[in-house]
Design a binder for this molecule. Structure first.
Ligand code: PLP
Length: 384
């Protein structure tokens, strides 16, 4: 089997599970307890927090452990929007993940926020001039993802951060797909998200278990918590901490390759794969920005073919991929991201996403490209 659905989820790396295991078994204490077991759990939790803080180049106390990307996006966006007194205007884009879109619709519906939805062009790019023009004295927050989970397009975070900070608005970025592929250092050493006010990561995209994640929120910022209770996580996220998953997440982060070299290495594989596909499948059209894109995501539409059937044909040939995003998969709705890019809904329904891991090889991608050609041939009824 060649697993090319890593943007949907990744297997847990053994080191993460091994590091977590004691905190599920022998050292199972509640990190708020004052006895020895509790202190051991507390020590492990704070060690994990320190590792995550160092990885992002931020103070450890700015890290909030969460249950994943959805919670992190909800916490950062709602938490900052409700606590930051600047106003009730937020800027985002229609190509964001549902975890962001639905959080913003909630703020609009229940708390009277006004959302400016930036349009994206055919490749999923925002227009920076449109963003700048949309910023207002009452803009509280700009939330734009770093790497799109369906089409891979990268948003220009340095320019977005500069523009928003110029007028005093905060910036959150959903970096769920970017971890391991882009430089996520928020501190002075960073290049892509330096100075961002809040950033969300999900564990299960990077070799940590499902249900693990973290959100960075700059320490001095007030956050209205989503979960009320015992005041854990600096009062920003109540609930007994999941020490094992925090340890797993910090270990998984440490296993990730240095992103700049890895991005260069995998982008070459990706571009070769895209060339093979476009060169041999006339119906295939690349979605997303051809160059400013996630190193490990290659996504296509195949006009006239049935996306779900293609997916099954690929699976029969041992290649596991997804049609659009996992969240949209299985539904008949065309991907909102592709529709936002102006792609005809019927064509959007034919989308196929190949997403690589840090261990994906050129040979695997050659096999996958051959399988794709054969699957398309079968689905279009041209098989000899
Ligand atoms: N944001 C993006 C860009 C994603 O791709 C995903 C998951 O696919 C999420 C948020 C949600 O993360 P989780 O599955 O950890 O809730």
């Amino acid at each position: 089997m060649i697993y090319l659905d890593n943007a949907a989820t990744t297997p847990v790396v053994p080191a993460a599970l091994e590091a977590a295991w004691p905190y599920l078994t022998s050292d199972f204490g509640n990190s708020s307890s004052t006895h020895e077991l509790g202190l051991r759990a507390k020590h492990a939790l704070e060690n994990a927090r320190a590792i995550c803080g160092a990885w992002l180049d931020v103070p450890a106390s700015d890290i909030i452990f969460t249950s994943g990307g959805t919670e992190g996006d909800n916490l950062a966006i709602t938490g900052l929007a409700l606590a930051y007194p600047r106003g009730k205007h937020i800027i985002s884009a229609l190509s964001e993940h549902e975890a962001v879109l639905e959080t913003l619709r909630f703020l609009e519906r229940v708390h009277g926020f006004e959302i400016t939805w930036l349009e994206v062009d055919g490749q999923g790019n925002i227009d920076l001039a449109e963003l700048t023009a949309a910023l207002r004295p009452d803009t509280t927050l700009v939330t734009l993802m770093l790497a799109n989970n369906e089409i891979g397009t990268l948003h220009p975070l340095p320019e977005i951060i500069d523009a928003a900070h110029e007028v005093g608005a905060l910036v959150h970025t959903d970096a769920v797909q970017a971890a391991g592929w882009c430089d996520l250092r928020v501190g002075a050493s960073g290049t892509v998200v330096r100075g961002v006010d809040a950033l969300t990561i999900s564990g299960h995209k990077i070799g940590s278990p499902k249900g693990s994640g973290l959100t960075y929120i700059r320490g001095r910022l007030a956050v209205e918590p989503l979960l009320h209770g015992g005041g854990q996580e600096f009062g920003r996220r109540s609930g007994t901490e999941n020490v094992a998953w925090a340890v797993a997440l910090s270990t998984a982060l440490q296993q990730l390759p240095e992103p700049t070299a890895e991005a260069a290495r995998v982008s070459t594989l990706r571009d070769d794969f895209i060339s093979q596909v476009l060169g041999s499948i006339p119906q295939a059209a690349l979605t997303g920005n051809p160059t400013q894109r996630h190193p490990g995501i290659a996504s296509f539409t195949c006009a006239g073919l049935n996306g779900e059937t293609l997916l099954l044909e690929l699976e029969q040939r041992g290649v596991i991929v997804s049609s659009g995003s996992a969240c949209a998969a299985g539904s008949d709705e065309p991907s909102h991201v592709l529709v936002a890019c102006g792609i005809d809904p019927d064509v959007a329904r034919t989308s196929i996403r190949f997403s690589f891991s840090h261990t994906t090889t050129a040979e695997e991608l050659t096999t996958a490209a051959t399988a794709f050609v054969s699957a398309v041939s079968t689905v279009s009824g041209l098989a000899q």
